[in-house]
Design a protein. Structure first.
Length: 202
C-alpha cells in the first residue's frame, strides 16, 4: 500500500485527494489454516479458531482521500478445525473463517473517492468444522463462515463518489459436522457468501 501523500493547504475537494492511496494485492497460491485439537478438563473457557485470508487491507484516513483498491485471489483458500472437546467448566467456542478478499476503509474528510475491484477466482473457498463436544457447563458455539469478497466502508465525506466491483467465480462452501452432548446451551451455524458489501455514509 502506498504511503499517503498530503497536499498542504489544499482545499480542492473536486481535484486529487490529499491522501492518494493505491493498494494492489494478488495471491496465486494456497492459503490454508488447519487446526486439530483434543481438549479435556478445563475449568474455564475454551476457544479454537482457524482463519485463512487470501488478501486483506485496512485503510484509515483523516484527509481528503482518493483510494484505489484491487485484490485478486486465485489459489485455494480454506480453514478447517477438527476438535474433540470435553469436560469444560465455562464456554466452548469453535470458529473456522475463510475469506478470499477483504478490505475495510474508514475516512473522515470533506471528499472521499473510492474505486474498488475484488476478484475471487479460487476454485473452492471453504470453511469447515468437525467437532465432538461433551460435558460443557456453559454455552457451545460452533461456526463456519466462508466469503468470496468482502467490502466495507464508512465515511462522513460531503462528496463521496464510489465504484465497487466484486466477482466470485468458484463455489463458496461452509460445512459444520458436530455432535454435542450434555451442555448448557448450543449455537451452531454455517454461512457461505459469494460477495458482500457494507457502505455507511453518515
Amino acid at each position: 500500500m502506498a504511503i499517503p501523500a498530503f497536499a498542504g493547504g489544499s482545499n480542492d475537494v473536486y481535484g486529487e485527494g490529499q491522501a492518494n492511496i493505491l493498494n494492489g494485492q494478488v495471491n496465486l497460491d494456497t492459503v490454508w489454516s488447519q487446526l486439530d485439537t483434543t481438549i479435556d478438563g478445563v475449568n474455564e473457557d475454551v476457544t479454537a479458531t482457524a482463519t485463512a485470508v487470501g488478501n486483506t487491507a485496512t485503510i484509515i484516513t483523516f484527509a481528503d482521500s482518493d483510494v484505489t483498491n484491487h485484490q485478486d485471489a486465485s489459489g485455494m483458500v480454506g480453514s478447517d478445525i477438527n476438535a474433540e472437546i470435553s469436560n469444560v467448566g465455562g464456554n466452548a467456542w469453535l470458529t473456522a473463517s475463510t475469506v478470499c478478499n477483504a478490505v475495510d476503509i474508514s475516512t473522515d474528510p470533506q471528499m472521499t473517492k473510492v474505486h474498488s475491484s475484488q476478484i475471487c477466482s479460487s476454485p473452492d473457498p471453504v470453511a469447515g468444522v468437525n467437532a465432538q463436544v461433551n460435558n460443557v457447563a456453559g454455552t457451545v458455539g460452533i461456526e463456519a463462515q466462508a466469503v468470496g469478497n468482502q467490502f466495507a466502508i464508512d465515511t462522513n465525506a460531503t462528496k463521496f463518489p464510489l465504484s465497487n466491483f466484486q466477482k466470485t467465480t468458484g463455489g463458496v462452501n461452509a460445512n459444520v459436522n458436530a455432535t454435542v452432548h450434555n451442555v448448557g446451551a448450543a449455537a451452531v451455524s454455517a454461512t457461505a457468501v459469494g460477495n458482500t458489501a457494507q457502505i455507511i455514509h453518515y
